[in-house]
Design a protein around this ligand. Structure first.
Ligand SMILES: NC(=O)C1=CN([C@@H]2O[C@H](COP(=O)(O)OP(=O)(O)OC[C@H]3O[C@@H](n4cnc5c(N)ncnc54)[C@H](OP(=O)(O)O)[C@@H]3O)[C@@H](O)[C@H]2O)[C@H](O)CC1
Ligand SMILES: [K+]
Length: 509
């Protein structure tokens, strides 16, 4: 799914009005009625106090439409107009009149702190103060109202986006932003919904298709995509009946050191569980028995050093090589990575200490084969590209790095971002149970396996990240977040691939 900017959404709005020959008020009615339907479906007429805070623009107009429908369906609704400006939009005013007609009264006007209502624990608050039109931080008494709502313990539903959140920049640390429990957003998710600094404001997210013109949207150029089940399925390459193990990649996993052999075991297990035909490992000698016992399907070569990697098997002919997990950063192991980079022209996957070695030896970056995949967590990323001021600056820096070195970066996080030059792919699978040791080693094994099976490196990264998350979701469903182990993610890869094609799970995301 394309992630559109505020300008693109406004453009789609105008084009839809023109093409469908409707008024903007009718479009507002359509969008806000969808929000009402979602609320009605969940509340089922429950007599809980609903407090709707409406701004004076079109987000506020949406709030007024929602209020009208809720009142007409017998809900206990109080409507507040947060009068932060006198520039009321036309569609706001039209719906202000319509609400008056059904209630015989004007909504409560809030113009200062003295007008604030009490907000109680059991209240259902609807935030329709600001949407994509926010263009400066919320200040003064409006900021105080936002804080009052946040501190109230009421359930908060945000319309389109939580008020105070910009669509194209992060709010300051102390900014007033609604902390929603649930966000119902129109047509397209916004980039800020997925960034580490701002994702917590959203709560659970649902995107409503408000019927903006499909043709116009399909022609819009977007560089940012949300990867859900549908997008993942489209990347899948089916296996041929007439095939053999040589068709599914000969991968080489290079890593491990004394005390950290488990990492390569996890990577190799994940690679084989993702469908790799032939999996070989190059490890320090101390790992020999561990791997042979733990993963009899794998083949092994050992370094002459007992405890760490010192060299690289240059003559080994692999389709794809993965380097880094559990390696450490000893000078001798730096040499091993150097030899690997000198010997390879095809894309490689670099993770963990492999990334730390790159950060400490920046001259290696130019040696990376084109379209190699780097999989940093935030700490490794910082060492690689330097510190950033906010998430938007981070994205720009990663894009620049990707372009400069012709590589793909998988920036791991609650929503992992795969960045390939200008393009951003945001992953939508996974859960907090996956924040566990070895989870990244498994991801590297999955991506390496897919490259070995013939996926383009960027597709291997995007699809691999999605499958990794899906396997984590399936595991969490079975055993919960707390006891989820990285090895479980690898072992459940088969279930993840199967789930891609199950009907009900297709509909769930
Ligand atoms: N296509 C769609 O997705 C549809 C969206 N709809 C809804 O419309 C809003 C966007 O509405 P808009 O009127 O453009 O903007 P807002 O309601 O978010 O904001 C209203 C005005 O508030 C002013 N402003 C901005 N920041 C502040 C601030 N910090 N303090 C005070 N005032 C502020 C600004 O006007 P200025 O002239 O003063 O700059 C805004 O214009 C969208 O989010 C949806 O909810 C449609 O209903 C359906 C289609
Ligand atoms: K809002």
């Amino acid at each position: 799914m394309k992630v559109l900017s505020a300008e693109q959404l406004s453009g789609a709005d105008k084009e839809t009005i023109r093409k469908q020959n409707i008024t903007s008020e009718e479009l507002m009615e359509r969008a806000a009625t969808l929000v009402f339907n979602e609320i009605n479906q969940r509340l089922q007429g429950a007599p809980i106090p609903i407090k709707i805070f409406c701004g004076i623009g079109n987000n506020g107009g949406d709030g007024l439409v929602i209020a009208r429908h809720l009142i007409q369906h017998g809900y206990h609704v109080t409507v507040y107009v947060v009068n932060y400006s006198d520039k009321r939009s036309e569609d706001f005013l039209a719906n202000y009149e319509k609400l008056k007609v059904i209630t015989n009264d004007w909504p409560h006007l809030i113009k200062e702190e003295d007008h604030f209502p009490e907000i109680n624990t059991g209240d259902f608050v609807i935030d329709a103060m600001f949407g994509i039109g926010l263009n400066r931080p919320i200040e003064g008494w409006v900021a105080k109202l936002v804080k009052l709502i946040n501190n109230s313990q009421a359930f908060i539903l945000a319309v389109d986006m939580p008020s105070g959140l910009f669509s194209d920049k992060t709010p300051g640390k102390k900014a007033a932003v609604i902390e929603a429990n649930y966000t119902l957003s129109f047509q397209s998710p916004k980039l800020v919904f997925f960034l580490p600094e701002t994702m917590d404001y959203i709560g659970d997210l649902q995107v409503l298709d408000i019927g903006l013109d499909r043709e116009y949207i399909s022609k819009l150029i977007s560089e940012t995509f949300l990867i859900g089940k549908q997008e993942a399925v489209s990347l899948y390459i089916p296996r041929k009946k007439n095939s053999h193990k040589g068709d599914y990649g000969k991968v080489l996993i290079v890593g491990g050191s004394y005390g950290k052999i488990g990492s390569v075991l996890l990577t190799a297990t994940a690679a084989l569980k993702t469908g790799t035909g032939l999996c070989s490992l190059y490890i320090p000698e101390c790992g020999y028995d561990i791997i042979q016992t733990g993963l009899p399907e794998a083949m092994l070569m050992t370094d002459t050093d007992k405890k760490m990697l010192t060299t690289y098997p240059k003559d080994f002919d692999a389709d794809v090589v993965c380097f880094g997990m559990g390696v450490g950063t000893d000078e001798k192991s730096v040499q091993a990575l150097k030899e690997l980079l000198q010997a390879n022209n095809d894309p490689v996957v670099i993770d963990a200490d492999g990334l730390n070695i790159l950060s400490n030896n920046k001259e290696f970056l130019k040696m990376l084969p084109k379209n190699s995949v780097l999989t940093p967590h935030p700490g490794e990323l910082k060492r690689l590209i330097g510190a950033w001021e906010d998430d938007f600056q981070k994205l720009e820096k990663v894009k620049k790095f990707s372009k400069k070195y012709n590589v793909i970066l998988v920036v791991k996080g609650a929503h992992t971002f795969t960045i390939d030059r200008e393009y951003i792919y945001i992953n939508d699978s996974g859960n907090p149970g996956m924040a566990t040791a070895g989870s990244g080693d498994v991801l590297s094994g999955i991506i390496t396996s897919l490259i070995g099976q013939g996926y383009e490196p960027v597709n291997a990264a995007v699809f691999g990240v999605y499958l990794h998350g899906l396997s984590g979701d399936i595991t969490a469903e079975e055993i919960g977040y707390e006891s989820l182990l990285a090895g479980d993610i690898a072992r459940n890869m088969g279930k993840a691939v199967k789930a891609l094609f199950e009907r009900e799970s297709m509909e769930s995301k």
